[in-house]
Design a protein around this ligand. Structure first.
Ligand code: GLY
Length: 366
């Protein structure tokens, strides 16, 4: 185990070494390693897991792709929300057959959140479950998507509607991967970091990027430890996501996930305010938090409010028996799941949210 042990300096701000966050759920335990060069732990991780060969699903090329240290096959990635489909899962599984993967082998997913979500689902299904190691290459994937075991693909009817819980065996968040990202891609990750302030991580604005990643992963690990399968407290991680998923779907994913989460966070603050759950200062903090990361505080101008409401009705947090919509909302005791929110109120608060262009078309967008 010593080969993959890294210095634990969570929140410590040390300049060298890697930070390690442990994720423990009922049946699983794994480490998330964060820092420059974390990808180089891959051979030691695979050796520790005792796998014979791997399929590496990736668009990343040498030298940034680490040598896994065991026989491997590179499977070309189909990246992006439009490829997050059951058809892509089938393509990957067929590639795993061609690579000769058995249940004793493993898959490595190297890419953004859509890659770790889709490859994670393929790993959950192939031979009824094969180990997967994530090497997230975007900020969004490092702070959220690659950790916690949620895997899913989209249907034409909505986002993440088909999936499984399948925990990775390790996550290597190599911050070197983030250097080449566009500003917009980085901002998308900041959408998930911004919403952490309202679900227990505190204000992360003053921290360096690596510390922000570690704090987000720590928060997620603490939530997943208590509720791996979304039966209760894990709903908190969906702060801002009810509107976000509707915005992504309604704009055909022109809005990136983190951008939509940012708008959803501002909306969640406004809605909590209208319900009398929080005061105006706290409502304002939602907007300021999002704004300070340079993220959109508006909803798409070209999507009518009733379309967003209809899409939000399909949210997975809702149940058949619920009347009204379901949101995670801030309140006197912190954020919690709130059911039965009147659709007319939701529509009225949405109407109050300013409208604006898709972030790519916003002035100054990269
Ligand atoms: N991204 C929300 C969750 O993992 O539960």
């Amino acid at each position: 185990m010593s080969a993959i042990r890294s210095r634990v300096e969570v929140g410590g701000g040390a300049e060298s070494g890697l930070s390690r966050v442990d994720v423990t759920s009922k049946d699983h335990h794994y480490a998330v390693h964060v820092g420059p060069g974390a990808r180089r732990l891959l051979p030691a991780v695979l050796e520790e897991l005792g796998v014979g060969r791997v399929a590496v699903v990736t668009a990343v090329r040498e030298p940034r792709l680490p040598d896994p240290g065991v026989p491997f096959t590179v499977v070309p990635v189909a990246d992006g929300e439009h490829h997050k489909t059951l058809a892509t899962v089938e393509t990957y599984c067929r590639a795993f057959v061609a690579a000769g993967l058995t249940r004793a082998d493993a898959v490595v997913a190297c890419g953004g959140g859509t890659t770790t979500d889709t490859v994670g689902l393929a790993a959950a299904l192939y031979h009824r479950g094969i180990k997967v190691v994530h090497l997230p290459t975007t900020l969004l994937a490092q702070v959220d998507a690659s950790v916690g075991g949620k895997t899913a693909v989209n249907l034409p009817e909505g986002k993440n509607l088909v999936g499984a819980y399948w925990q990775p065996s390790a996550v290597l968040c190599d911050t070197d991967f983030l250097h080449g990202l566009s500003r917009r891609e980085l901002l998308s990750g900041y959408g998930e970091i911004a919403r952490c302030a309202f679900i227990g991580a505190g204000d992360l604005r003053g921290l360096g990027l690596r510390e922000q990643i570690v704090a987000s992963v720590r928060l997620k690990a603490s939530v997943v430890a208590r509720d791996e399968r979304d039966q209760g407290v894990r709903h908190l991680l969906n702060y801002g996501h009810t509107l976000a998923h509707a915005v992504e779907r309604a704009t055909d994913y022109t809005w990136r996930h983190g951008e939509a989460v940012a708008a959803g966070t501002v909306f969640a603050g406004l809605l909590a305010g209208r319900l009398g759950r929080i005061g105006t200062d706290r409502v304002t903090l939602h907007r300021e938090m999002v704004e300070s990361f340079g993220l959109p505080t508006w909803r798409p101008a070209d999507v009518p409010v009733p379309v967003l409401v209809e899409l939000m009705r399909r949210d997975k947090k809702g149940r058949d028996t619920d009347t009204g919509l379901t949101f995670v909302l801030d309140g006197p005791d912190g954020a919690e799941l709130v059911t039965g929110v009147d659709e007319r109120l939701v529509a009225s608060v949405l109407a109050d949210l300013p409208t604006g262009p898709a972030p790519a078309a916003a002035p100054g967008a990269p």
